[in-house]
Ligand binder design. Sequence first.
Ligand code: UD1
Ligand code: UDP
Length: 373
Amino acid sequence: MKLISIVGARPQIIKAAAVSRATLEHNTKRSGDAISEIIVHTGQHYDENMSEVFFEELDIPEPDYNLGVGSASHGQQTGKMLQKIEAVLIKERPDCCLVYGDTNSTLAGALAAVKLHIPVVHVEAGLRSFNRKMPEEINRVVTDHISELLFCPTQTAVDNLKKEGISRGVHRVGDVMYDCILFYAKRAKPVEQKVLERLAIQSKSYYLTTVHRAENADDNVRLTNIFEALNEIATADCPVVLPLHPRTVKCVQKLGFDFSNCVRVIQPVSYLEMIALENNALMILTDSGGVQKEAYWLNVPCITLRNETEWVETVESGWNILAGADKQRIIESVRCRHRRQDVSPESIYGNGKAAERICNILHWLQTQAESIF
Ligand code: UD1
Ligand code: UDP
């Protein structure tokens, strides 16, 4: 079987790492029935610390194609990707096309494939924020509705799809990001001391923050509120560490915001460094989807700088508080105690074998008389 994986943005490279690893393991076990994976990088993220570092650190094979699309408006970026992915699909004629998550690279990959009658396989299907102003929500809804196979991380995702009339091809396999954290957490251990020393911070004596969501970065009022809250909570004994996404760096430059000396703005870090920083943080404040879940998996209390989340289980468990971009609410949420219910992550996100399940299902489907491939 020949599959094409389309990646482009940081979290997709991490998700694809789980599938690539599972594919290689599958091939070792069933050498006569190999899955050959071709990796296409759209080039949506291109800075070394937003892309290459993940391929190196997570042992992902070099992309077979780098389309070098880069940054642009939604229409231009998606349009360029569509054109370039189509050319690769026509040349390679894969049995199916895997897309991950909810970025413009996901949408472009799915659209290019479905129009060529190549089955679309959506990894991390069924997530919804129910906020159509989010570009990611549009990408998710469209991708799910044109996918042949929908691999869901949670039961909520399966239920969301059912409400939209999608039940054929839906499989609850677990979360590939949970696979990643279980697998790479051991490798992150030796990194912990180094990164804490480099940043001159102590374990459980700093807040870790990420902000990149368009609704925050592109809105001066929301961004100022969030940053003012960070200035307020950061102290010399408990600083805020802020690995800043390049999108937000540009917004801060335009805004001309002055961070207090206790807010340490740093470059984006590698995945292992990020897990190490998350694991040692006193608390995490974020608008990232992936980071919310990682906080939950690592038992670190989380405050989400959004009005809603797709990862509702983290909030229902009491471990994640939705504070939006309301300065006062963010400060109060930091000071209140999170009360975590005792729910095993396995019962929500699977047992760390989501990618293995994906490979097994793809392999099994190909052997069926009425194969979709
Ligand atoms: C994208 C995804 C978002 C995801 C995020 C992960 C869409 C619509 N959004 O948002 O869902 O959560 O990736 O990080 O697909 N830039 C650089 N260097 C880079 C990449 C980006 O400088 O390597 C800057 C550019 O100015 C660019 C801006 O960041 O215009 C935004 O990048 P883009 O990929 O369009 O969106 P993200 O905010 O990264
Ligand atoms: N991440 C990272 N370095 C950073 C910030 C985030 O490795 O400096 C990782 C993080 O651990 C998670 C993923 O990137 O696995 C989340 O990506 P991001 O926040 O960019 O996107 P989202 O999940 O919101 O789509």
